[in-house]
Write a protein that binds this ligand. Structure first.
Ligand code: MTE
Length: 344
């Protein structure tokens, strides 16, 4: 596994850690309204964050890397971008898989650790069998599945996807899993269902990060129903040809390759079809930083760093970030007419 510089900090954690400091001083309530602005200056000094670059310094990246035209992207990316390249150990853009040791050793999973290289050791031995997933809400046929049943009923296929973290690093990962649409069709969404809400296991004894009170556990994520039904949206049960390891979200995690990685919620125990847009853990923690849609968008910077470029794990130089992480041909239509600055 390539060595990740220790100077890489966890910027997503920065905001909440800072809130905790305020809270200790009894100032949280008083400062809540201005926290976003304070934190922007306080918790992610660019000099210590290898992957995040302040927006002002990377304007050149954006001019150097024009947004690809639809025609150019279409030529480069076959329609079924997801499955191409598996045999050649590269994705459909020709980018090599990230080495397995990095995929399984450099993780974001705050239930176990906020130190990326500390997640795998902290999650080692986390028991994922037995495990059930309850699917309900606005559906005609609510059901509870165990993982064996899910695999048997919906199968398993390989999908090679780029994972672009909001923290401006990325990987190429060969996943195994099945389309979320298959599961949703089986439970028959009702007409009133407009969104899908996902929940991670809540078990502070086994997931020690949940003993830290400054996040509103459990981890929650959401998708609009049409995003959830999209053929790129995967429920992953494995990667690199083996069952998922705990650090990657075993036994079941979401993968939405055109969105920032924080949408791909791990260790799912509950999936509900709902009428209202769910509030995710990150939206609740830092609404000015993490929106509901979280589509990869090089034109919309994070308040504390640029999203114009990224560092592929295993490489040293940066590369331009592609709109929708390179899946624009497949998914841009989902957002036709929407203001993607406002709906970040
Ligand atoms: N899911 C849960 N339950 N808890 C988390 O902290 N982190 C998210 C996402 N899913 C997270 C989670 C973030 S920020 C990212 S980038 C991806 O998981 C990382 O997935 P990986 O560790 O398998 O690369």
């Amino acid at each position: 596994m390539q060595k990740i510089p220790s100077s890489e900090i966890t910027p997503m954690a920065g905001y909440v850690a800072y809130q905790r400091t305020l809270s200790r001083r009894g100032l949280l309530g008083a400062l809540a309204g201005i926290a976003g602005g304070v934190v922007a200056a306080a918790c992610t000094p660019a000099s210590t964050a290898a992957d995040m670059q302040p927006a002002a310094t990377v304007a050149a990246d954006r001019t150097a890397a024009p947004v690809p035209t639809a025609a150019a992207t279409a030529a480069a990316a076959p329609a079924v971008a997801a499955t191409a390249g598996a045999a050649s150990n590269a994705d459909e853009l020709g980018d090599s898989f990230t080495d397995r040791a990095s995929v399984t050793g450099y993780n974001n999973y705050y239930e176990f650790s906020t130190d990326k290289e500390g997640v795998a050791p902290a999650a080692a031995g986390f028991a994922v069998d037995p495990w059930t997933v309850q699917v309900g809400g606005l559906v005609n046929k609510p059901a509870t599945f165990d993982i064996g049943q899910l695999r048997k009923q919906f199968g398993e296929e390989e999908r090679v996807y780029r994972l672009r973290c909001v923290e401006a690093w990325s990987m190429v990962i060969p996943w195994q899993g099945f389309e979320l649409a298959k599961l949703l069709q089986a439970v028959e969404p009702q007409a009133a269902a407009k969104y899908v809400r996902f929940e991670t296991l809540l078990d502070p004894a086994r997931m020690p990060g949940q003993q830290q009170a400054w996040y509103s556990w459990p981890y929650v994520e959401g998708l609009r129903l049409d995003e959830a039904m999209h053929s790129l949206t995967l429920l992953a049960t494995g990667l690199y040809g083996s069952a998922l390891l705990p650090q990657n979200g075993a036994p079941l995690r979401l993968v939405t390759p055109w969105k920032y990685g924080f949408k791909s919620i791990k260790a799912i125990v509950k999936i509900d079809l709902v009428a209202e847009q769910p509030t995710s853990l990150w939206m609740a923690a830092a609404p000015n930083e993490y929106g509901f849609y979280a589509n990869v968008n090089p034109q919309v910077d994070h308040p504390r760093w640029s999203q114009a470029s990224e560092r592929r794990i295993g490489e040293f130089s940066r590369r331009p970030t592609l709109p929708f992480n390179g899946y624009a041909d497949e998914v841009a239509g989902l957002y036709a007419g929407m203001d993607l600055q406002a709906n970040f």
